[in-house]
Design a protein. Structure first.
Length: 393
């Protein structure tokens, strides 16, 4: 993932290179792919006009390979994989590429001009959704998480990502991104992690959402903090605790995985690495917004007839530090099994791609450690969550 090195790469080209590399590594010809399912959140400007189909064309895949782009906010990349798995698992498709892309330097958040609610004033009279940073601070305040706990988790993410990079744990999932014309290598490793991060440095960062929370944007002049507290009157004051250091980084990135039926695996001599054991989505109250990884994970566990303690590794997206902390607390998860190679606080969160990246990271780490199962989950705007359980083959 890049925080500047990929700014010159059109998002279609970034995804196209990812699709080609995925097929090359699997030794599969593009003509055998039936569909490409891609998550992308800011579907505007260069990421509009069905980026999945245009990336198929940019990648030089055959004209009869289709593409579809979906938006489930931060869960888009994982949802793309889940939808592809549904097509393959049902027997209606044999070979599908799925993943996500987000070029946040070229198409910033909010580029579609729709906000969180599509600027629907009638909806706002029923539910006034606040920005996610305020929701994260509301969760931390309500559940009693301190700034020190958030920063400590953030530091752990940085240290784990640093160790993973130095030991080459991400190497199998990465490839050099090149300039589309000169073929010059632009980026080979994730460039966001802050090696040598300290708790002292993190503690000096100012809260990121204090000014936003004080903005009077409500229908009757209420501040955003007031609107959030109106739904949670037990909270007398929102403590703004999240900073640039304990929240996810803004980066560019793309990811793709190949899903195949048993018949296709046999016909092409493929070697499967993992299978999807269960998947689920769940909704939650939309003002606090970021709490649904808990019910989504529980639903996926129930469908797999498993308990949280049965999962060897967890990837809980670090949109904000409070999200994995709350999910671990709610489900009684051993912290040593969570985000063992760091997460979005250290590595970044390219919105539409992150879910696919987390699944890839989980499969790689299951293989490295010789473990069996992983659960991947992400919080999602509007009060949703998505979860997928994978099992190493």
């Amino acid at each position: 993932m890049g925080k500047g090195a990929l700014t010159g790469v059109h998002p279609q080209e970034l995804l196209a290179q990812t699709l080609r590399e995925t097929l090359r590594r699997a030794a599969v010809e593009g003509r055998h792919v039936e569909d490409v399912v891609i998550g992308c959140v800011s579907q505007a400007q260069e990421q509009g006009a069905c980026i999945a189909r245009n990336a198929v064309l940019a990648a030089g895949l055959p004209d009869d390979v289709t593409g579809v782009t979906l938006n489930r906010f931060c869960g888009s990349g994982l949802q793309a994989i889940n939808f592809a798995a549904m097509g393959v698992g049902s027997g209606h498709q044999g070979l599908v590429l799925a993943g996500g892309v987000e070029s946040m330097s070229r198409v910033p958040m909010g580029s579609d001009g729709a906000g969180i609610d599509g600027n629907n004033v009638h909806l706002r009279k029923k539910v006034f959704q606040v920005p996610q940073g305020i929701s994260a601070d509301l969760i931390a305040t309500r559940d009693g998480f301190t700034r020190g706990e958030l920063d400590a988790f953030a530091l752990l993410s940085q240290h784990r990502a640093e160790a993973a990079q130095k030991e080459g744990r991400f190497a199998r999932a990465l490839f050099p991104v090149r300039d589309s014309e000169s073929e010059r290598v632009l980026l080979e490793v994730d460039e966001l992690p802050r090696h040598g991060a300290t708790i002292d440095g993190l503690s000096k960062l100012e809260p990121a959402f204090t000014t936003m929370g004080a903005a009077a944007l409500g229908p009757n002049g209420e501040t955003l903090d007031d609107l959030a507290r109106a739904r949670y009157p037990e909270v007398s004051k929102i403590e703004h605790l999240h900073t640039a250091g304990n929240s996810s980084g803004i980066v560019d990135g793309a990811c793709a995985v190949l899903l195949a039926s048993d018949d296709v695996v046999k016909a092409h001599g493929l070697k499967p690495r993992a299978r999807i054991r269960s998947m689920a989505t769940a909704g939650a109250e939309p003002v606090i917004m970021l709490t649904a990884p808990t019910p989504a994970s529980q639903r996926a566990l129930d469908r797999a007839k498993m308990k949280a303690s049965d999962i060897d590794l967890w990837e809980i997206n670090e949109a904000f530090a409070v999200v994995p902390l709350q999910t671990m607390k709610n489900l009684g998860i051993d912290p040593e099994r969570v985000n063992v190679n760091g997460g979005a606080i250290a590595l970044g969160h390219p919105l539409g791609a992150t879910g696919a990246m987390l699944l890839q990271t989980a499969v790689d780490e299951l293989e490295r450690r010789g473990l069996a199962t992983a659960l991947i989950t992400l919080c999602i705007g509007g009060g949703m969550g998505v979860a997928t359980i994978v099992e190493r083959v």
